[in-house]
Design a protein around this ligand. Structure first.
Ligand SMILES: Cc1ncc(COP(=O)(O)O)c(C=O)c1O
Length: 404
């Protein structure tokens, strides 16, 4: 069992009032809060070893380089990648997906196909649309049903010899649905296609095993898993990272440069042009250590309890509809109240100290599917409590009364 009060003490930001009320932070799907060890690790880096990496012979540069590469090793171990050089540091999920989509511009031919799902964040739609426009390939979409689940029989039908890459999220940010990614990976491979998993919403809740999954790419952001903003990881299977061209040209990613020809550096540096977010990479390692010290089993247990409690309590409110009713869900509840705009509810409950997200959550196709402008999304983390959910329920009731 987690000692939630002890855990909460690790997060200084939680201990404050907003608009005169105790802060209830339920916008974890957008970004997580940061524990003191992560905040301290940022200062420590700048106070003790700040230097540019991979270039200097001087001691500080070597210390910073070592710390950065140790962090890469932590990520490798955390996601069970076969090699450290399959772990590329990026600025986030968006960058990782764009890197792969850009690489496929050199591979895709007109008439070939890319598959995404109806449940994607815009970050896992737009780069593939841009790729299709550039190459003459066609974008296909796996449909969803009323419960928010993807229809696997339709996925099976979409796959063919023309499919070159499938891109799907592990967990939907707008509804919290957990997709059957292992099945989808195996099916993509049977069809001879590569597959990218958008792990932005899964890494705060689970430890992905990229070898067991056998995915070709797995992209995620550090800031949703207690790390700093501007950090992220793209895992790519070695064979794919050799096949794809570099994304950006510049320092660090080369072996030799002349005006006639440039040769590229070995992995992972081929994909890491320019000075990276050095402190960010190192501190992402500290965030991963912190999450592992809490333990993912404990995290999941606490979050599923919160999900069940919140689902039950919110369902007390007349006219409240929850979107995404699959059993395979993580701790996200997207809802609306009949006849009231989600933005109005969000604005009133903010005055009561409660932070939720309202709007389309960068997933407009899902909102179009349900015929709504947006939802109110409460996304819970292991540091949240049932008392906070009670405060949310009371606040939503109050807002409903004021707006009806
Ligand atoms: C499922 C999903 N994919 C991609 C992203 C983009 O992540 P980032 O903005 O950190 O690049 C998000 C962010 O909310 C997300 O939820």
């Amino acid at each position: 069992m987690l000692d939630i009060q002890k855990i909460r003490a690790d997060f200084p930001i939680l201990n404050q009032k907003v608009n005169g009320k105790p802060l209830v932070y339920f916008d974890n799907g957008a970004t997580s809060q940061k524990p003191q060890v992560v905040i301290d690790a940022i200062s420590k880096y700048y106070q003790e070893i700040n230097a540019n990496i991979h270039r200097g012979v001087h001691t500080l540069s070597q210390l910073a380089t070592d710390a950065y590469e140790v962090a890469r090793g932590k990520v490798q171990h955390h996601i069970n990648a076969k090699h450290a050089h399959e772990v590329l540091f990026t600025s986030g999920t968006t960058f990782g997906i764009n890197l792969v989509a850009n690489g496929f511009a050199a591979i895709l031919k007109p008439g070939e196909e890319v598959i995404v799902s109806h449940l994607e964040h815009h970050s896992n739609i737009v780069p593939w649309q841009m790729l299709c426009e550039k190459t003459g390939a066609t974008l296909k979409v796996i449909p969803m049903d009323e419960t928010g689940e993807l229809i696997m029989s339709e996925y099976d039908k979409l796959l063919s010899g023309k499919t070159k890459i499938v891109a799907v999220n592990h967990i939907s940010n707008a509804l919290g649905i957990i997709n059957p990614v292992k099945y989808m990976i195996d099916k993509a491979h049977e069809a001879g296609a590569a597959i990218l998993i958008d792990g932005a919403q899964s890494v705060p809740h689970l430890k992905p095993d990229v070898q067991a999954l056998d995915c070709d790419f797995y992209a995620f952001s550090g800031h949703k898993m207690c790390g700093p903003t501007g950090t992220g990881v793209l895992y790519g299977k070695e064979e794919w990272l050799h096949k794809l061209p570099p994304y950006q040209g510049g320092g660090e990613m080369i072996k030799e440069v002349s005006f006639e020809k440039t040769t590229y550096a070995d992995l992972p540096h081929k994909f890491e042009a320019g000075t990276p977010h050095i402190a960010g990479g190192i501190v992402l390692g500290a965030a991963i250590d912190y999450l592992n010290s809490v333990g993912f089993e404990n995290i999941q247990k606490q979050e599923l309890e919160l999900l069940a409690y919140a689902t039950e309590r919110l369902s007390e409110i007349e006219g409240l509809r929850i979107y995404g009713n699959s059993k395979n869900k993580t701790s996200v509840i997207s809802f609306n109240i009949e006849g009231i705009h989600p933005y109005d509810i969000g604005t009133i409950i903010d005055k009561l100290g409660i932070a939720v997200r309202t709007g389309h959550h960068c997933a407009q196709p899902i909102m179009n599917f349900f015929g709504i402008p947006g939802t109110i999304r409460a996304s819970f983390s292991f540091y949240n409590t049932k008392e906070e959910i009670d405060a949310l329920v009371e606040a939503v009731k109050k807002a409903k009364m004021m707006l009806s």
